[in-house]
Structures are given as structure tokens and as C-alpha cells.
Design a protein around this ligand. Structure first.
Ligand SMILES: NC(=O)c1ccc[n+]([C@@H]2O[C@H](COP(=O)([O-])OP(=O)(O)OC[C@H]3O[C@@H](n4cnc5c(N)ncnc54)[C@H](OP(=O)(O)O)[C@@H]3O)[C@@H](O)[C@H]2O)c1
Length: 383
């Protein structure tokens, strides 16, 4: 029996992980789960899976859960408790699926404890890529991407990187691929969250609509596959059937294809190196034709351009754009700023920040806090 800790169990990835585990209840045990504030959903999960630990990041929510839970589950709270369940001796695999920079510490704790990390929280690599990869290597942890594009590249690179020219991440282009830029001005949060192919949390849905998600994924790929920035390419593919491709010197291109459903990626990470059933049906290529591909429009999707810029600057610039983006998206979702303000806030924050190569976790956290402050001040000056 393999003990799984699911960080972010109430989220979109968390729920899809549990759906795959439900198919294998003799092989996988839900050892620990976490959420931020959703104590009601956590109570349902405790009743169904009887985990040893349930962590609420929010202390009030932890109290509410503790007062209602009747099964033999220990309720804990706070960020240290997240690190503790991620690195617990009895945890075998960790699904790192907390959204945003809040997921970095626990994912890193899992790496330091030598676990199999099924990494959905791309922000861990964007913020602390060097430290994270070093922790994985030093502690013999296993790092398996849980992002459809990176899982595709990981699968295509199973025979190694000999003769590799470049990787190409596919992007759906989000809900506004064909919307003229002047019509983006008055987009509402609900319109931005209505992704045509993927069902996801609200923050990542907005990131897909701005294409910042692809920008963060470019940085994620840089660290996961140890590439030069120039070896990472992005192509828009609205059908989200080809999940990504790798190009070799001999003219060969390998791609991984499938229906857009994260359970496939999660099942791959759980079963690796075996392939197990995910509950997702195979694609019918004839029914999905034609498959289209376009170059991304970097003027309309300025967030993608900014992410490449940050990657080329290196070091703290990547943490800066991530922090500015989290603040801008949060303000957009709360109707404080407009959709097109998001790239503007990120660009202004990047310009106003001093960039260095962050060495320690403390410097990374300090840069995250500073960048958030700068971004919020820029937003305050709008209203
Ligand atoms: N969804 C996808 O298809 C997809 C695909 C690839 C990668 N990812 C990545 O996977 C991660 C999760 O995405 P998602 O779409 O599953 O997000 P989501 O649906 O918003 O779920 C986020 C989870 O994190 C918890 N959480 C939120 N803030 C937290 C905090 N401050 N401290 C501790 N826990 C916190 C939430 O708890 P509450 O429910 O209590 O708020 C929830 O369990 C993101 O990094 C995203 O980029 C997602």
C-alpha cells in the first residue's frame, strides 16, 4: 500500500487525484490531506478516506473541522503542519497541488525528505527552481510533473535527451484566442475563467486567459528539463489534444496526445514507470480533426512575453513576475482592476524591482513579499 499525502485536496487537481485513487483503493492509501479554508469539503473527505492527518492552513477553519470531524483523523493547522505531512516518514508520495506561492514550502519539504513529488504547483519551480532541483538531487527525491505539457515532455524524453534540439509547449490560447485586443478591456472574471477545454481553479483559469500560465510553464520547463531558455518554444493549439512535443536533431518530433483531462497526467505520476488506468477514454483523432497550430501573439498576450523576459533576466525576476501576477489576478478576480491591467501591473513591478540571483530561501521569500507590496502599490495608484 502506498501512502499519499494530497496538498490542496479540495482543489481541482486534488479532486482529480482522489478520483484516480478511487480506482485503486487496494494500492493507494490517502494518508494526509490539506486545504486552506474549505472545512466542509474536508469533512466529507475525512469521512470518506479516514486520513491520518487533515491540515487546514487557516486556523479558524481547522477549529471548525476539528469540532465536526468524528473519524479518527488528527486535525492540524498552519504552514508548518503542511511541511510536516509532506515530509512525514509514513508519506510515500506527495501530490503538491496547493495553488500559488503558498505551495512552495511544503513541496520543498517533500523534496528534502526524498519523497516522490507529483508536482502540480509550478510556482515552487518559478520561485525557487535552483534550490528545489538541488533538494531533489541531494535527497534522491523523484520529481514527476503534473502539468499536462510537462508530463508530455517528460513522457517523450523517456529515452533520454541525446540529440534534443528543443521542446515545444502547447498552449490552448484560452478563451480569448480569437478576441481582438480592444475587446479584452471589459472582460469579466467569469468570462476569463470560462476555459474552452480545461476545468480548473479560478487563479490558473485567469492565468490561461492571459497566457501567464504558459509563461510560468516555460520557467517550469527550464528547471525540470535543465534546458537553455532558447530551447523552449510555445505554440498555440486550441484543441488541447497535442500536449507538447520534443524536437530532435535528426528531424524527428515526438508528441504526446490525449483528451484534455488531468486524470491522465495524475495517473501517469502515480503509476510511473507503469501506466495505469485513469478513467479517461482514448482520443478519437478522426472526431477531433482538424488540429490547428498558431504562433502566439506576444502583443496581445504580453504576460507570455514578460515571462520569457524574466527567464532571460534570471534569479529573482522570476519570483517577481509570479508575485506581481498573483496580486494582479487576485485584484482582477475581486473586480478591483481590469483584465488588461494584469500585464501592465506585472511589467511595472518588474521595472520597479532590483533583480539579483536569490541564493537562500529567505531571500526568495523577501523578494516575494517586496514584489507583492510593489504590485499592490501600483494597483492602489489606479483607484
Ligand atoms: N487545475 C489544473 O488543471 C492544473 C493543471 C496544471 C497545473 N495546475 C497547478 O496546480 C496547482 C493547483 O491548481 P488548482 O487548479 O487545483 O487550484 P484550486 O482548484 O484553486 O485549488 C487550490 C487548492 O489549494 C488550497 N489552498 C489555497 N490557498 C492556500 C493556502 N494559502 N495555503 C494552503 N492551501 C491553499 C485550496 O484550499 P481551499 O479549497 O480551502 O481554498 C485548494 O485545496 C496550481 O499551482 C496550478 O497552477 C493546475
Amino acid at each position: 500500500m502506498i501512502n499519499i499525502t494530497i496538498l490542496g485536496a479540495t482543489g481541482s487537481i486534488g479532486k482529480s487525484t482522489l478520483a484516480v485513487i478511487d480506482l485503486y483503493n487496494k494500492d493507494f492509501n490517502v494518508f494526509a490531506i490539506s486545504a486552506n479554508t474549505d472545512h466542509k469539503q474536508m469533512l466529507d473527505l475525512c469521512n470518506k478516506y479516514h486520513p491520518k492527518y487533515a491540515v487546514m492552513a487557516d486556523a479558524d477553519a481547522a477549529e471548525k473541522l476539528a469540532s465536526t470531524v468524528s473519524v479518527d483523523t488528527q486535525v492540524l493547522s498552519g504552514t508548518k503542519a503542511l511541511d510536516d505531512i509532506a515530509s512525514h516518514t509514513d508519506t510515500d508520495y506527495v501530490m503538491a497541488a496547493i495553488v500559488g506561492s503558498a505551495g512552495m514550502s511544503s513541496a520543498l519539504a517533500a523534496a528534502k525528505a526524498g519523497k516522490r513529488i507529483m508536482l502540480a504547483n509550478k510556482e515552487s519551480l518559478v520561485l525557487a527552481g535552483d534550490i528545489f532541483i538541488e533538494a531533489v538531487k541531494t535527497n534522491n527525491a523523484e520529481l514527476i510533473p503534473v502539468d499536462s505539457e510537462h508530463s508530455a515532455v517528460f513522457q517523450c524524453l523517456q529515452s533520454g535527451t541525446s540529440g534534443l534540439n528543443k521542446i515545444q509547449l502547447t498552449a490552448s490560447g484560452g478563451p480569448f484566442l480569437h478576441t481582438p485586443i480592444e475587446k479584452l478591456k471589459n472582460i469579466t472574471p467569469d468570462e476569463a475563467c470560462a476555459h474552452p477545454n480545461w476545468s480548473m481553479g479560478r487563479k490558473i483559469s485567469v492565468d490561461s486567459a492571459t497566457m501567464m500560465n504558459k509563461g510560468l510553464e516555460v520557467i517550469e520547463a527550464y528547471y525540470l528539463f535543465n534546458l537553455d531558455p532558447g530551447q523552449i518554444d510555445v505554440i498555440v493549439h486550441p484543441q488541447s489534444i497535442v500536449h507538447s512535443s520534443v524536437y530532435y536533431q535528426d528531424g524527428s518530433t515526438l508528441s504526446q496526445l490525449g483528451n484534455p483531462d488531468m486524470r491522465t497526467v495524475i495517473a501517469y505520476a502515480l503509476g510511473y514507470p507503469q501506466r495505469i488506468n485513469s478513467g479517461v477514454s482514448a482520443i478519437n483523432l478522426a472526431k477531433n480533426s482538424p488540429l490547428e497550430f498558431y504562433q502566439p501573439d506576444l502583443d496581445k498576450f504580453a504576460c507570455l512575453k514578460l515571462a520569457f523576459e524574466a527567464l532571460n533576466k534570471g534569479g529573482s525576476a522570476m519570483g517577481t513576475i509570479n508575485a506581481a501576477n498573483e496580486i494582479a489576478v487576485d485584484n482582477f478576480l475581486n473586480n478591483k482592476i481590469k483584465f488588461l491591467d494584469i500585464p501592465e501591473v506585472i511589467e511595472k513591478t518588474l521595472d520597479a524591482s532590483i533583480h539579483s540571483a536569490p541564493l537562500s530561501l529567505k531571500e526568495i521569500v523577501d523578494n516575494d513579499i517586496n514584489s507583492r507590496q510593489i504590485a499592490q502599490e501600483i494597483i492602489n495608484s489606479y483607484v
